[in-house]
Design a binder for this molecule. Structure first.
Ligand code: AMP
Ligand code: ZN
Length: 471
């Protein structure tokens, strides 16, 4: 299997640290709002990478954090007059609902930065002991030039970086030894969440959070570290400097980065305001269509979001679900008999398409080509399965399509539409669970309904529901 490694800028053969196991860390979102569909791209991509590795028989330890202490969270909390914790807890819960609706498997562990502060303080202390960090007025900085390999991930040269930063030095307002140094710990400002440390009452810098959480849950060395390409510099470059300086070992063997989701050829981002939340898209489309759309292009390529492409994805996905539907119908009346010679030839063609699919996935997760192999399989099923086909061939074709789609996180079997009366009954159960303060069960029911395309809205007049598009 080959993975494009940002470190070497080459596709490299994937060899895990420990046979049969993969340790993987994916930088998660900062939780101050609903996630947008740009944030959903790494979730979908790296969940697909995980699913393929699991299909290959690897035991994948998949860790993905939530950044729950950050300036943007504090700002939102101040705007609403609530605590930062209330904001982050709310949007973590909402993010998990979106992940479920996108069929993104929960990570083995979703650490929260605020629950890992003591480990971060330990790591900063190690960096100070080793001379890689220093304190000034309660702020701790990383001494970038002390780490000779700085720039190896982003392929940046220290002197170029330095000249880019010169304006800071001229202003003289900076207390850092060097303009390249970055923050590991900062003192709190009025009204900010804070923790005690040997240097000041304050909070960690963003980069140290991931270095520590990755170490705590996966160990000092990991196989794959991933995120969107905007994280290459400075976030991942700084994580490498911190982790390798503190642990004295290579941090991650493979670094994977997804390209951006754009809109009108501009990066979709919260700060530019040109984004759609996953929730907004869910009102119009089954989120499987969004997932399918994201996987129809190679993960390192930029992807432009448009209604036309979503419609095309919807039609493509329908071709697959229709084929499975018709195989199901044929199967009900099919004869149980051994494969005929001609059917054996069809099965062999199917097996070749599975190999084609695997070859695409093993070439740096080329999901676009893998999907083409699924379409060839659909075409094979449509042309070769009929009323006289054996049950065995029909099952083979159907199960193969379902398995290959499942690796992509796509459920190719049509879901049954729910009856209004069943929906009302589940809403009543949810109300009863809430009354009994069993909020976990209430959320579970809401999620079950969401998976079936029923969205609930709690209003002053009671619970309202609506169906969202479902294939
Ligand atoms: P953030 O909440 O901004 O830290 O982002 C969480 C994850 O989403 C990171 O891996 C980002 O690189 C990724 N991300 C943010 N915006 C986009 C986008 N427009 N396209 C693809 N990935 C994105
Ligand atoms: Zn990170």
């Amino acid at each position: 299997m080959k993975i494009y490694n940002t470190l070497s800028r080459k596709k490299e053969e994937f060899i895990p640290l420990e046979e049969g196991k993969v340790r993987m860390y994916v930088c998660g979102p900062t939780v101050y709002n609903y996630i947008h569909i740009g944030n959903a791209r790494p979730m979908i991509i790296f969940d697909t990478v995980r699913r393929y590795l699991e299909y290959k028989g690897y035991d994948v330890n998949y860790v993905s954090n939530f950044t729950d202490v950050d300036d943007k969270i504090i700002k939102k909390a101040n705007e609403e007059g609530v605590s930062s914790e209330e904001i982050s807890k709310r949007y973590i819960a909402e993010c998990k609902k979106d992940m479920q609706a996108l069929n993104v498997k929960p990570a083995t562990k979703h650490p929260l930065a605020t629950e890992e502060i003591s480990g971060m303080i330990e790591m900063i202390r190690t960096l100070m002991d080793k001379g890689f960090a220093y304190e000034k007025n309660g702020t701790v900085y990383f001494r970038t030039r002390k780490f000779p390999e700085y720039g190896k991930l982003s392929h940046k040269n220290l002197d170029e970086l330095q000249s880019g930063n010169r304006s800071l030095l001229v202003s003289g307002a900076d207390e850092k030894e060097d303009s390249l140094d970055f923050v590991l710990w900062k003192p709190k400002k009025e009204g900010e969440p804070s923790w005690a440390s040997p240097w000041s009452e304050g909070r960690p810098g963003w980069h140290i959070e991931c270095s520590e959480m990755s170490k705590r849950y996966l160990g000092e060395q990991i196989d794959i570290h991933a995120g969107g390409e905007d994280l290459i510099f400075p976030h991942h470059e700084n994580e490498i400097a911190q982790s390798e300086a503190a642990n004295g070992k290579l941090f991650s063997r493979y670094w994977m980065h997804n390209g951006f989701l754009n809109i009108d050829n501009k990066k979709m981002s919260k700060s530019l305001g040109n984004f759609f939340t996953v929730r907004e898209i869910q009102e119009k489309y089954d989120l499987q269509i969004l997932r399918f759309f994201m996987l129809s292009v190679h993960y390192r390529s930029p992807l432009n979001f448009s209604a036309e492409l979503m419609e095309a994805a919807k039609n493509s996905l329908e071709r697959i679900t229709n084929a499975v539907d018709s195989l199901n119908r044929l199967s009900a009346a099919a004869q149980e008999r051994p494969l005929s010679e001609q059917e054996q030839a069809v099965k062999k063609q199917g097996e070749e398409l599975v190999s084609k699919y695997e070859a695409a996935m093993e070439d740096d997760f080329n999901t676009a080509d893998a999907i083409s192999a699924v379409f060839e399989l659909v075409r094979l099923a449509n042309t070769s399965a009929g009323e006289n086909t054996s049950k065995e061939l029909i099952s083979y074709l159907k199960n193969t399509i379902l398995t290959l789609c499942d690796i992509l996180g796509i459920e190719a079997e049509k879901k049954q539409e729910m009856l209004d009366s069943d929906i009302e009954a589940m809403i009543a159960q949810r109300q009863a669970a809430r009354k009994a303060k069993n909020y976990a069960r209430a959320d579970e029911i809401r999620n079950e309904l969401a998976k079936k395309g029923i969205l609930l809205e709690d209003t002053r007049q009671g619970v309202k529901w609506k169906r969202v598009s479902i294939h």
